[in-house]
Write a protein that binds this ligand. Structure first.
Ligand SMILES: Cc1ncc(COP(=O)(O)O)c(C=O)c1O
Length: 394
């Protein structure tokens, strides 16, 4: 009925496949490995309740009032101190803007940088929320293959030479959807290839803190410099996603533009949530809290890996996650994960077929994403058992 009213832009943008799938997976009998939800038992509910009372007493009306676009100074200060401590980054609060989740950061970056047809390099596969966000700005995506150790260097060289992308969007730690992490060697090679290019590198890192192994954190590509690097962070996976709080760290000139774009979007992110998270962070030990989440997710990841080893046919490959929230399964060549989805739903188990993580979403693929953070070990084992039965039917 409104076909002639809607913009070309929105008509050309597919609705989020995952949101569509989530509608199917709401039924209680379904075991869902589809969403990307943190486990609710990881939310520090008691501590947040204390913080809620404290900010109400301490700040009164301010927590309900309009506020500044860049975000609450104390929260920006916390981020600066943390990145200085961990990464030795040379930044001040002028390098930080608070956003409504890192999803908004992606939208604002699109608004600030992308003219119609501008080339953006992304991993193959990539985060579908980014593909959707940049699609709205008519980005021209160039996908570069992801291997077990990070970006395919030969493909990267070709992409750079042939396309000269304006932006690159990478998720170097426990990537969504594959769960893969770039090795230090791969990061160094990527940097060697791109360092003299006129390209801005966006590193999106909502999962980096969720490392299950005792290995040290791996520095970002470009050794944590802010010159042509944009870093995205989020409180969604380490505190709570419902507050919708994330942030961008970048050169001041870029932050200024993001501020203008954000004014037009929402004036500022929810100030109550900013006071709340800020109070929580200053009065609790975030690292100790993250340790608890990691322990929980490691157990869940192990349960999924063990079940896949036990029940899946041997020719099916999957990533063994060392952190984050996902594993990525590759079926035999020529098999369709969309077809598997139909069979699996009938057995009351759900996942995300690989299609929406590629630029060409219409193409049938043999890959799929499984999330393990939102089911207990017993349910995970049962779900994988059901999935392995579905696998026999395709
Ligand atoms: C790679 C990546 N970026 C960004 C987001 C958005 O996170 P949020 O807006 O909750 O910070 C997600 C969420 O799953 C993600 O996986």
């Amino acid at each position: 009925m409104f076909e002639n009213y809607f913009s070309k832009r929105i008509k050309a943008t597919p609705s989020s496949f995952i949101r569509e799938i989530l509608k199917v997976t709401q039924k209680p009998e379904i075991i869902s490995f589809a969403g990307g939800l943190p486990n609710p038992i990881s939310f520090p509910q008691e501590e947040l309740k204390i913080s809620m009372n404290r900010i109400a007493d301490e700040f009164g009306a301010k927590i309900y009032q309009y506020s500044t676009t860049l975000g609450l100074d104390s929260l920006r200060e916390y981020i600066v101190e943390r990145y200085k401590k961990i990464w030795n980054m040379d930044i001040t609060i002028d390098n930080v803007i608070i956003t409504t989740g890192s999803q908004q950061a992606l939208d604002l970056i699109g608004k600030v940088f992308i003219n119609e047809g501008d080339k953006v390099m992304v991993e193959s596969p990539s985060y579908l929320g980014l593909l959707q966000a940049f699609h709205l700005y008519d980005a021209n995506f160039i996908q570069t293959k992801l291997n077990d150790d990070g970006l395919d260097i030969e493909e990267l060289k070709k992409t750079i030479k042939n396309h000269k992308p304006k932006l690159a969007y990478l998720i170097p730690n426990f990537q969504n959807p594959t769960g893969l992490t770039y090795t230090l060697e791969n990061r160094k090679k990527v940097f060697e290839v791109i360092k003299d290019e006129n390209m801005i590198l966006i590193q999106d890192d909502p999962y980096g803190e969720l490392r299950f192994t005792d290995d040290d954190r791996i520095p970002y590509i470009g050794l944590n410099q802010t010159e042509k690097n944009i870093y995205l962070g989020s409180f969604s996976k380490i505190v709570t996603p419902g507050m919708r709080l994330g942030y961008v760290i970048a050169n001041k000139e870029i932050i200024k533009m993001l501020e203008t774009a954000k004014q037009a979007s929402d004036l500022h992110s929810n100030i109550f949530g900013q006071y709340l998270i800020s109070d929580y962070l200053y009065n609790n030990d975030l690292d100790k809290h993250i340790e608890k989440i990691k322990k929980l997710y490691k157990t869940q990841a192990n349960a999924m890996v063990e079940a896949m080893k036990k029940y899946f046919p041997k020719n099916i490959k999957f990533t063994v996650p060392k952190g984050g929230m996902f594993t990525w399964v590759t079926l035999e060549e020529g098999k369709s994960s969309a077809k598997l989805f139909d069979k699996a739903i009938r057995k009351n188990v759900a996942f995300v077929p690989g299609n929406p993580f590629y630029v060409d979403t219409a193409k049938d693929v043999n890959t799929l994403r499984l999330n393990y953070t939102n089911a207990n070990e017993k349910t995970i084992t049962e779900g994988i058992k059901r999935l392995s039965e579905a696998l026999l039917e395709i």
